[in-house]
Ligand binder design. Structure first.
Ligand SMILES: Cc1cc2nc3c(=O)[nH]c(=O)nc-3n(C[C@H](O)[C@H](O)[C@H](O)COP(=O)(O)O)c2cc1C
Length: 263
């Protein structure tokens, strides 16, 4: 059974039917009934005024009573948080606390996905960061050592990064972040949206983050790194450094005027 409707509580109001994206529910007599296929988006659970609907394949204990987002956070506060967020490129050595990591990951897990695929894998490396670094740098070094004709074009850009890492300097890939998060997903938009929510929750916890396209590319291109990350057959779409910022910002950063079309 994809969706269960408890007839003791269903009042046949039809809200679940009206809100179902797949026309998968109908009211028969006084109770709603599930029919046909379903993307398990959970709207029927969320909209039911009496809590009569459940989806057995999910952990229903996860479901919380909620109020509109506008009652939780006001637009000016949220926009201020968005404007105040910065890409952090220098970190304190402190580890990211487990509870903070959990909240950041939950932000990713609860983000919308196309067709409700929920196909993102969220990978956090903190305890095994040294091994990740070793695999990345040795993979880059091996490729840079290849004859010019065999060397992939992408890796040439990484030469100065490797040189800095070997010299023990602040380097471009890991900075000195204590943790790195990746999002592996078939769709870049699913991963990007999840990552943005993760970054905002991280910022709300006084954590810094840096989307790192270069590290993401290297991780995707190097098979030993991909295997270590257990991304399996999904492309790594996002890489984000995480940690406690070693830099603080006094004001927001300016931007070009908005390129808006509003009709
Ligand atoms: C998809 C993506 C990839 C990025 N990759 C890198 C990177 O590899 N290295 C880096 O230092 N910054 C990287 N950045 C950070 C941008 O340079 C940064 O967002 C931009 O300069 C604006 O600064 P702000 O994030 O503080 O507003 C990346 C940002 C995004 C969105």
């Amino acid at each position: 059974m994809l969706i269960e409707i408890d007839e003791r509580y269903c009042i046949g109001c039809g809200r679940c039917v009206d809100d179902c994206v797949g026309a998968n529910l109908e009211v028969e007599g006084v109770t709603a009934r599930a029919k046909g296929s379903c993307i398990l988006c959970g709207h029927c659970v969320a909209v039911c005024p009496t809590g009569a609907v459940s989806i057995p394949s999910y952990d229903m204990a996860d479901v919380e009573v909620c109020s509109p987002a506008s009652a939780t956070i006001d637009a000016h506060t949220l926009l201020r948080a968005i404007k105040s967020r910065r890409s952090v490129r220098d970190y304190l050595p402190n580890a990211v606390e487990q509870e903070a990591l959990r909240l950041v990951l939950e932000a990713g897990r609860y983000t919308a996905t196309a067709k409700n695929a929920q196909g993102c894998r969220f990978i956090v490396v903190q305890d095994e960061l040294d091994e990740l670094k070793r695999l990345v740098w040795s993979g880059i070094e091996d490729l840079l050592a290849l004859p010019a004709d065999d060397k992939p074009r992408w890796v040439k850009l990484y030469k100065p990064f490797l040189r800095d890492a070997q010299a023990g300097k602040q380097e471009f890939l890991f900075r000195n972040a204590p943790a790195v998060a990746f999002v592996a997903a078939d769709r870049a938009d699913d991963a990007g949206l999840a990552a943005q929510n993760m970054e905002l929750v991280a910022a709300s916890l006084n954590l810094g983050a840096l989307f790192n396209g270069y590290l993401c590319r290297a991780a995707e291109e190097l098979p030993a790194v991909k295997a270590f990350l257990q991304a399996e057959d999904r492309p790594l779409q996002i890489c984000m450094l995480l940690g406690h910022p070693a830099v603080s910002y006094r004001r927001t950063a300016p931007r070009r005027p908005g390129d808006f079309v509003v009709k």
